[in-house]
Design a protein around this ligand. Structure first.
Ligand SMILES: [Zn+2]
Length: 412
């Protein structure tokens, strides 16, 4: 818990100076210190100084970073990490040019993950997700939001949220839970959509709130899924139970989902591939954070979200993976940095801010994590690179050398 990291070539602090979230020019300001050292006491960042300037007390461990680069741990604020079964068969069908309809007829799509997840035991789901979290940490992610949404029945949704809750208690990663019962309509409610939404609001949500099984409530707001009316009903019910709303918005169609999220003060609206001027204007006049998920665009060959326009409008932007078995099977935040820079015209500085400090803000945690500042939780990652820009530049690689979580150096 007590540690001195000395001889840091570049210490990328992403310092926020007390702000909740970074916007505009602030996103380009990474607060990089050259030839630095970092003292961590009881899991908290205690001192930042020039290299060799700090003498650690006797019981401190010392790491010589040998000129390497240190960043805050990534905050992946949008994932679907708890699921059973994988869908490489669908991936291959898409590669052969098969349509969504053909894939669904062959038993693919979200319902196939739902079936496998419903059948899996809590123990199996836990072990599958635990291994994924271990891997995420190896890739530099120290905080992970996880959504339910592959159960789509009260028992199965609660089972997933209990797994997330157990991981939150046991795993080294910081885990944050989100209830996404409104991910799709289960087959049993195919002809009674209102009935399923009522089941979410009147039965699942009160139980989840009472047992404190989630911090956030999310809705897949999309044509053919949860329309604006259903989404608003769920948001209002979430707020009534003290749960914080966030939305999947504007992924396939722009029909007012972002505007609805902004109106109800959602903590974030995520995806935004189709977001237009009206959505950007609504976000500009709100506290809602814009989260973009470029891995989905890569994997599905869809357009990318207008990240440049969003940042230029002064709206805080977040990068996350959307890791899930159907549309985005990667949890590498390093890869998301590359996609941000090459496909969305973001600078490496903006991408790093979006993947660390602003990600923390999208989980309401930016006072504790997301930057390397005195008094914050010591979630820091040492990369085997001489310059932080080398991480998105030399892409498809894992550049992590060591991960320090809560001041503890992890052994992999
Ligand atoms: Zn998602």
């Amino acid at each position: 818990m007590n540690l001195l990291i000395n001889n840091i070539g570049q210490l990328v602090t992403v310092a926020s100076h007390g702000k909740r979230v970074k916007t505009g020019e602030e996103m380009r300001s990474l607060g990089v210190l050259s030839d630095a050292s970092l003292l961590i006491e009881n899991g908290i960042i205690a001192k930042i100084a020039k290299k060799d300037e700090l003498t650690p007390p006797e019981d401190f461990d010392v790491i010589d970073a040998e000129g390497r680069t240190v960043l805050p741990g990534f905050v992946d604020s949008h994932t679907h990490t708890v699921f059973a079964g994988t869908r490489e068969n669908e991936f291959a069908m898409r590669a052969e040019g098969k349509s969504y309809q053909e894939i669904a007829e062959a038993g693919g799509g979200i319902i196939s993950t739902m079936r496998a997840t419903r059948e899996a035991s809590k123990k199996d789901l836990y072990h599958l997700a635990e291994r994924r979290l271990d891997d995420m940490m190896r890739y530099g992610t120290t905080t992970v939001e996880i959504k339910s949404g592959y159960g789509l029945s009260p028992e199965a949704e609660i089972k997933i949220l209990e797994v997330i809750h157990d991981l939150q208690r046991d795993h080294y990663a910081t885990v944050v839970g989100t209830f996404l019962g409104a991910h799709a309509f289960p087959p049993e409610y195919k002809d009674d959509k209102q009935g399923y939404v009522d089941r979410i609001c009147d039965y699942m949500m009160p139980y989840i709130a009472e047992k404190k099984l989630a911090t956030f409530v999310d809705v897949f707001c999309e044509q053919g899924y949860f329309d604006l009316h259903f989404t608003e009903q769920i948001i209002l019910e979430a707020k009534r139970h003290g749960l914080i709303p966030k939305l999947h918005a504007d992924q396939l169609n722009a029909f007012g989902a972002v505007e609805l999220g902004a109106k109800h003060n959602a903590i974030s609206v995520d995806h935004l591939e189709k977001t237009n001027e009206s959505g950007i204007a609504a976000l500009k006049n709100s506290q809602t954070i814009a989260t973009v998920l470029p891995g989905c665009s890569l994997f599905l060959n869809h357009p990318y979200a207008p990240a440049r326009a969003i940042i230029d409008a002064g709206i805080p932007l977040v990068l996350a993976t959307d890791f899930n078995p159907g549309s985005q099977m990667s949890y590498s935040m390093q890869m998301m940095l590359t996609l941000a820079c090459t496909q969305m015209r973001m600078t490496p500085e903006e991408a790093i801010t979006a993947a660390t400090f602003n990600g923390a803000a999208a989980l309401g945690l930016s006072a504790e994590i997301g930057s390397i500042e005195i008094g914050k939780q010591a979630d820091v990652v040492i990369y085997d690179v001489h310059d932080y820009r080398f991480i998105p530049y030399h892409y498809g690689m894992n550049h992590v050398w060591k991960v320090v979580k809560n001041g503890v150096m992890l052994e992999f």
